[in-house]
Design a protein around this ligand. Structure first.
Ligand code: F6P
Length: 364
C-alpha cells in the first residue's frame, strides 16, 4: 500500500472524447474511496512546468461524464525535457524537468495520474525514472497506442466518421462523383478501416497498405463499368502511395512531434479526376472527429480506466500505464507506449472481411 494523501491529474496531447469521464472516475474514486485530495493540472505538461494546479472538489467533477474535451485543458507542445517557452524570446529547447519535479514536491503531490498518448507517456516514463510516482492512462482517437488493445475516443471518432460517410454517400450517388473522405490516423489506419467498413467505402486507404493510383482508378472505372456511377474513398491522413510520401500540412516547431498531416484527400481527388475523367470532391473531417460528447462505449472504457488507475496508485504500482489486455483491465510499463505505434496488421480479419465484400485497399 502506498502512503498517499494528495494526487495530481493531467490531460496531455490532443484532446479526445472521454477525457472528462476519466477525470471524473479518477477524482471520485480518489476522494470517496480513499479520502485523497485531488489537484487538476492545467493544459498538459505546461501546467506542471509553470505551475498551474487547482484543487478539484467533488462538485468540479460532477456532471462532466458526457462532456467532450477536457475541463483541465491540454497541450501537445510542452515537453519538459525539450521545452520551448511559448512566451519566451528564443526558440531554443531547454530541459525544465527538474523544475517539474520541484513543483510537484512543493505542492505535496504524492502521485500523478497522467492521461495521454504516446508523447505524454514517453515523457511520463522519463519523469517516473527521475523519481516521480506516475500512473498513465492511455488516450487517442487513433487507437494506435502500444500496450493496450483499445483506447477511448476511438469509438466516438469512428461514429462521427461513419455518419459523415453515410451523408456523403447520398450526394456522391446523386452527382455520380468520386467522393473522398479524409479521416485522422497519422501512422495507423484504424479509424479509416473501421469507419470505412461501417460506411461501406468502396476504397479504403490506410498507412499500413501503400496504394497505387492505378489500382484506385481501376476500382473506380470497374464500378462505372458495372453500372455504379459513384465511388466512395475513405483515406487516412497518413496514407501514402507505394514509394511515395505522406502529405504534410504544417510543422509545429514547439511540438515534440512537429509534423501535422492533412490534404491527401485533395491530392487524390485531383489525380483521380485526371485519371478517370470522373468528377471528384474531397472532404477533410479533421478535428470534428475529436470533438463533442463521447459514445456510451467510450464513457464506459474511460470510467473503467480511470477507476483502475486509482487501484494501481493505492497498491503503489507506479511507473505503469493502465491498459486493456485480453479484454480485461490490466497494466503495462510506462515505457511500452513510447516504443512505437500499434499498427493495423495487414492480415487483420476486418481487412479480409472488407475485401470479401468488394472493398479495395488500393493495392491490387
Ligand atoms: O493523435 C491524434 C491526432 O488527432 C491525429 O490523428 C492528428 O494527426 C493529430 O492528432 C492532429 O493534431 P493537432 O490537434 O495538433 O492538429
Amino acid at each position: 500500500m502506498a502512503m498517499i494523501k494528495r494526487i495530481g491529474i493531467m490531460t496531455g496531447g490532443g484532446d479526445c472524447p472521454g477525457l472528462n469521464a476519466v477525470i471524473r472516475a479518477v477524482a471520485k474514486r480518489a476522494m470517496f474511496e480513499h479520502g485523497w485530495e485531488v489537484f487538476g493540472i492545467e493544459d498538459g505538461y505546461e501546467g506542471l512546468i509553470k505551475p498551474r494546479f487547482r484543487r478539484l472538489e467533488a462538485a468540479d467533477v460532477s456532471g462532466i461524464l458526457t462532456l467532450g474535451g477536457t475541463i483541465l485543458g491540454t497541450s501537445n507542445k510542452s515537453d519538459p525535457y525539450a521545452y520551448i517557452d511559448p512566451r519566451g524570446a528564443s526558440n531554443a529547447r531547454r530541459d525544465v524537468s527538474k523544475q517539474v519535479i520541484r513543483n510537484v514536491r512543493e505542492k505535496g503531490l504524492d502521485a500523478l495520474i497522467l492521461i495521454g498518448g504516446d508523447g505524454t507517456m514517453a515523457t511520463a516514463a522519463r519523469l517516473s525514472r527521475d523519481g516521480l510516482k506516475i500512473i498513465g492512462v492511455p488516450k487517442t482517437i487513433d487507437n494506435d497506442l502500444s500496450g493496450t488493445e483499445i483506447t477511448f475516443g476511438f469509438d466516438t471518432a469512428v461514429g462521427v466518421a461513419t455518419e459523415a460517410i453515410d451523408r456523403l454517400h447520398t450526394t456522391a450517388q446523386s452527382h455520380h462523383r468520386i467522393m473522398i473522405v479524409e479521416v485522422m490516423g497519422r501512422r495507423a489506419g484504424w479509424i479509416a478501416l473501421y469507419a470505412g467498413t461501417a460506411g461501406g467505402g468502396d476504397i479504403i486507404l490506410i498507412p499500413e497498405i501503400p496504394y497505387t493510383l492505378k489500382a484506385v482508378a481501376a476500382k473506380v472505372n470497374f464500378r462505372r463499368k458495372i453500372g455504379k456511377k459513384f465511388s466512395l474513398v475513405v483515406v487516412a491522413e497518413g496514407a501514402k502511395p507505394r514509394g511515395g510520401e505522406v502529405v504534410v500540412k504544417r510543422r509545429i516547431e514547439a511540438s515534440p512531434d512537429p509534423i501535422r498531416l492533412g490534404g491527401v484527400g485533395f491530392v487524390l481527388g485531383d489525380q483521380l479526376e485526371r485519371l478517370t475523367g470522373q468528377e471528384a470532391r474531397a472532404v477533410v473531417l479533421g478535428h470534428l472527429q475529436r470533438g463533442g460528447s463521447p459514445t456510451a462505449a467510450d464513457r464506459i472504457l474511460a470510467t473503467q480506466l480511470g477507476a483502475e488507475a486509482i487501484c494501481l496508485a493505492a497498491r503503489g504500482e507506479f511507473g505503469r500505464m493502465v491498459a486493456v489486455r485480453n479484454g480485461k483491465m490490466s497494466s503495462v510499463s510506462l515505457d511500452v507506449p513510447g516504443k512505437g505505434p500499434r499498427l493495423v496488421p495487414i492480415h487483420h480479419p476486418l481487412i479480409a472481411a472488407a475485401r470479401a465484400v468488394g472493398t479495395s485497399f488500393g493495392d491490387e
